[in-house]
Design a protein around this ligand. Structure first.
Ligand code: SAM
Length: 333
């Protein structure tokens, strides 16, 4: 009897299939968003601590052999890492990888959009919390809105699609702009994803005073727009609604008001090679020592399997908001 070997897969202790890895290429960023990284922060890893492109390719290659099909490059700000399109081409050439995407603040995207697309990046998620230049500068610690808008135009022109806008919705900060952001996205066929603030590091915890329950925002938006529940492929955390009369969808990412841990399908590789199993827990596994000790591919895959065995059932942002002391930019957002 001929039996076909089963497709390799990574199953965590709670029977969730891990099929998505977010890969941080640097913990540095050219913005200082108030809820993310503190002003004047200088506790970055040294570039020598970062995995090299060759090491990232080896880790991603191992994940892909273990059944992961989707990779997102992130940071910090991934476009501050020199030659990022070179890494993208190396990863997109891995047999079995079906989706390579990028999360960026888009400040440098106008320069790189075409090269990224040519290198095999299919789509981008862009953080944008305000469409008002002064407010944008205030939230991001001096960021220039016009650069982001230029980056978005370049992404669109380069054919990076879909473009998804990530807006952290904050009470008393930008909640009066959510309708404007829906209109902005509808005009450009962008997807909008609204995100609840998470208590990550001091910055995230300080921002919880501005925490906005997105269930109430959805009810508010429903009064102005006709929102139709929509299913999107990929098993991500957002719950999507289509805005009737447009191609735009709005995703609500509600880690606090309605957590989605039971469907979590992802892990995060930090720039220094630490694999974080959950945004809201400390469980981690350092892969860099394995890599630098000259591990074989089989040993690397075994290390990844051991790491997946440490994935916790759920975050405890509500019960223990003080728990996670690292900022989002350290984990890889
Ligand atoms: N620099 C890239 C960007 O801007 O998309 C990638 C990294 S950034 C850390 C990824 C995402 O994390 C951004 O959309 C940012 O708004 C979000 N983020 C950072 N800290 C957060 C927090 N405390 N709560 C919710 N979202 C947060």
């Amino acid at each position: 009897m001929i039996t076909s070997s089963p497709t390799p897969s990574l199953i965590d202790p709670f029977q969730r299939r891990i099929e998505y890895v977010r890969v941080s290429v640097t913990d540095r960023c050219d913005l200082r968003c108030s809820y993310c990284m503190p002003k004047g922060f200088d506790g970055f890893h040294e570039p020598d601590d970062w995995l090299t492109f060759g090491e990232i390719e080896r880790v991603v290659g191992a994940f892909v052999r273990l059944g992961v099909q989707r990779i997102r490059l992130t940071g910090g700000e991934p476009l501050v890492r020199r030659d990022l399109p070179d890494l993208a081409s190396r990863l997109s050439a891995l047999p079995g990888l079906s989706d390579l995407s990028l999360s960026t603040n888009a400040v440098r995207l106008d320069k790189y959009a075409v090269a990224l697309k040519t290198a095999g990046v299919r789509r981008v998620n862009v953080s944008l919390d305000s469409l008002r230049p002064e407010r944008f500068a205030q939230i991001t610690g001096g960021g220039k809105l016009h650069k982001v808008l230029r980056g978005l135009d370049a992404a669109h022109a380069a054919g990076l699609a879909p473009v998804k806008i990530n807006m952290v919705a904050m009470g008393g900060v930008n909640d009066d702009e959510i309708e404007d952001m829906v209109a902005f996205c509808a005009e450009r066929d962008f997807t909008l994803r609204l995100i609840e603030t998470m208590p990550m590091g001091d910055t995230g915890r300080n921002a919880t005073g501005q925490y906005l329950n997105l269930q109430t925002v959805r009810e508010r938006l429903n009064e102005r727009f006709d929102l139709i529940p929509d299913l999107q492929p990929g098993g991500g955390p957002a719950r999507y609604y289509r805005v009737s009369g447009s191609k735009t969808t709005i995703g609500f990412i509600t880690p606090i008001s309605q957590h989605f841990c039971e469907t979590c399908n992802r892990v995060r590789l930090a720039a220094d090679g630490t694999l974080y199993l959950c945004l809201g827990q400390d469980s981690s596994y350092a892969l860099r020592p394995t890599l630098r000790a000259g591990a074989s591919d089989a040993e690397l895959e075994a290390a990844i399997r051991s790491a997946i065995g440490l994935k916790p059932e759920r975050h405890e942002f509500r019960e223990k908001p003080e728990k996670v002391i690292r900022f989002m930019s350290m984990t890889g957002g």
